[in-house]
Design a protein around this ligand. Structure first.
Ligand SMILES: Nc1ncnc2c1ncn2[C@@H]1O[C@H](COP(=O)(O)OP(=O)(O)OP(=O)(O)O)[C@@H](O)[C@H]1O
Ligand SMILES: [Mg+2]
Length: 242
């Protein structure tokens, strides 16, 4: 199976000279369609850096990277922006919703801005909010929604334009544990139903039960990035151990 994203020998150094920080060293990682990939590791280990590179928000300092088989290393910013908008949906810890916009507007506006091929962003936003179970809350402002509901709006927004990869940086960290598991289950089901890849950075090992694969990042190194042939047995093992 061809990966959607392939990172090979990826390194990232912030700053220069004496204050240079080597945040990522020689990272290898493939993201496959339909999988839920969890990225775990201690604070400061390089998880956000890895996810940002994966989502084309940050350029690596070393290594090669391809998206749908195309080398993105030498692309101009405008080309990267187009791939970023069509391939990746982002979900963040703090939801990042516009406070003055309703749930419906929070989902439909970015679709308009992205210039996706969606004919009616508003109709599509309604469909997505129903998909995440918020059909009854579309006209509410974020302030009038619970944490889990806000995060579901953010997930609906990330799904706008139907990107093949959803990236989440600690998307459940601001939620209570029951809601966190529900949000993770939703992300997992979205991957299973639509052949999407879902990549989630987390500190919470309880989310492992929803993952096909768990990768650890320690001290800027991605540990044991296994290939898909090993995937089933590894996921089974980790589920068992959990
Ligand atoms: N813009 C930056 N400039 C300089 N150093 C940075 C920058 N961003 C991150 N770093 C450093 O790079 C390393 C990795 O940071 P990163 O944010 O990727 O870690 P993380 O695993 O996401 O941590 P956390 O779990 O706390 O979010 C850390 O040592 C951090 O201090
Ligand atoms: Mg982080």
């Amino acid at each position: 199976m061809q990966p959607i994203v392939r990172l090979s020998g990826i390194g990232k150094t912030y700053g220069a000279g004496e204050t240079a920080v080597s945040a990522l060293v020689d990272a290898e990682l493939d993201v496959f369609p339909g999988e839920v990939l969890l990225i775990e590791g201690p604070s400061g280990s390089g998880k956000t850096t890895l996810l940002s590179i994966l989502g084309l928000l940050l350029r690596p300092s070393a290594g090669t990277m391809s998206v749908h088989g195309r080398d993105v290393g030498k692309m101009r910013e405008s080309e990267l922006a187009a791939i970023r908008a069509s391939v990746f949906g982002f979900v963040f810890q703090g939801f990042n919703l516009f406070p003055a916009l309703t749930a419906l507007e929070n989902v439909s506006y970015p679709m308009r801005l992205k210039g996706t091929s969606v004919k009616s962003p508003e109709a599509e936003a309604r469909r997505l909010l129903e998909l995440v179970g918020l059909g009854e809350r579309m006209k509410h402002l974020p302030a009038d929604l619970s944490g889990g509901q806000k995060q579901r709006v953010a997930i609906a927004r990330a799904l706008g334009g139907d990107p093949p990869v959803i990236l989440g940086d600690e998307p459940t960290a601001a939620l209570d544990s029951k809601t966190a598991l529900a949000v993770m289950e939703l992300l997992g089901s979205l991957a299973k139903q639509h052949g999407r890849a879902v990549v989630v950075v987390t500190h919470d090992p309880r989310l492992e039960r929803y993952a096909d694969r768990v990768v650890r990042v320690e001290d800027g190194r991605v540990l044991a990035p296994e290939r898909p042939s090993q995937r089933t047995s590894l996921a089974g093992h980790e589920r068992h151990a959990a």
